[in-house]
Design a protein around this ligand. Structure first.
Ligand code: ATP
Ligand code: MG
Length: 341
């Protein structure tokens, strides 16, 4: 599949991204996605979404769905998402998503869907529920993006392959029916897409997997300290300037996200001169994590207590998203030829 090079936009372009309401948001969601939502909302036409339909592919039990939707909304806003600047809405409040998903399903082939990494992972994780929605997850995601004719999609590294597929589907549509759809690209201000590693180094931080090795924006101070202090280290390097083992590299990566540059550099120098004390490093990291997470956690709780505000946010977001979706669908239906009088 073709890899498109990312260039910084020159005029106001459309941006779209989403997060599933499958649990508590974590550092990976913040640094991989939300941090860029907040940066981009001033300069782009932004559509950010709570991807409730996507969550049904892996979380068919909906007992906690409402609570999780409210939480994702509150956590995004607490992180700085401004609902007056961006359209912030629930996926199921924009029914045109399902219609576009149907058309795009005709642009996607069974073989390529079966080869998708996330699909193969989910088949391993939930062999009892390999539903067609899971197989066509990248098609629904492409529909979410294309529905607003978005060009830039701020996401983490784990979504790179899905974005390549979205481009392929848009491209096939354009070849078949005329040049109607922009081809979206994953966006991180020309930097490589980010993957925030889990604390045990076995994968990425995640809402629904690796939960004990994930730092959540809702974690209490003591929980954060415990999780950080438990991370694996060793006796330290014996040779100057040696390569870091993965589990040590992860600790440095996390420190780079939340600690001051001079603090990070000091520990890097200690490592390179074989004088590093991992206990001290982890204590510092734990305190910097607490400083980062605690104010977000406090804001979330205030927002969650205001049901009327949450309703207003969802209504306002749905109105903006529906207007954009309707305009795209008119073009799409006409391009396909679904116009008989
Ligand atoms: P789930 O485990 O339910 O799939 P998740 O943590 O993977 O949850 P998603 O809702 O699938 O979160 O993804 C929301 C956004 O967060 C996406 O842009 C995704 O790329 C990003 N993201 C998720 N985890 C990480 C991570 N560890 N590092 C960087 N970005 C991440
Ligand atoms: Mg995910």
């Amino acid at each position: 599949m073709e890899k498109k090079r990312e260039t910084l936009p020159t005029s106001r372009q459309v941006v779209m991204s989403g997060i599933r309401p499958t649990g508590f948001l974590h550092l990976g969601n913040y640094f991989g996605a939300i941090r860029n939502y907040v940066k981009m909302q001033d300069d782009f036409d932004c559509y950010f979404m709570v991807a409730d339909l996507h969550s049904l592919t892996t979380h068919p039990d909906t007992k906690e769905l409402k609570q999780n939707v409210h939480r994702v909304i509150a956590e995004n806003i607490a992180c700085g998402l401004d609902v007056d600047k961006a359209a912030f809405y629930c996926q199921s409040h924009v029914p045109e998503t399902a219609e576009l998903y149907l058309y795009l399903n005709m642009m996607a082939y069974k073989g390529e869907l079966e080869k998708t990494t996330t699909f193969k992972d989910k088949v391993r994780l939930q062999p009892q529920n390999v539903n067609a929605g899971l197989l066509t997850y990248p098609v629904l995601q492409a529909a979410d993006i294309i529905l607003h004719r978005a060009k830039y999609v701020p996401v983490g590294k784990d979504q790179e392959q899905h974005l390549e597929m979205a481009r392929t589907f848009a491209n096939r549509f354009n070849h078949r029916y005329g040049d109607v759809l922009p081809e979206p690209i994953a966006f991180n201000y020309n930097q490589p897409l980010l993957k925030v590693p889990s604390l045990d180094g076995t994968g990425k931080m995640s809402k629904s997997e690796n939960q004990n090795a994930t730092l959540y924006l809702a974690d209490e101070d003591e929980v954060i300290r415990k999780k950080v202090m438990k991370t694996k280290t060793d006796a330290g390097p014996v040779k100057q300037n040696s390569t870091k083992p993965d589990y040590i590299e992860n600790i440095f990566e996390l420190m780079h996200l939340v600690s001051r540059e001079d603090v990070f550099k000091k520990f890097e120098e200690d490592y390179n001169s074989c004088t590093i004390r991992y206990g001290d490093m982890k204590k510092q990291l734990a305190e910097d994590m607490v400083t980062f997470i605690a104010p977000i956690r406090a804001k979330v709780n205030t927002i969650l207590n205001d049901g009327n505000y949450l309703k207003e946010v969802m209504e306002k977001g749905a109105a903006k998203a529906n207007a954009s979706a309707n305009a795209t669908m008119k073009l799409v239906r006409e391009a396909i030829g679904l116009k008989y009088y």
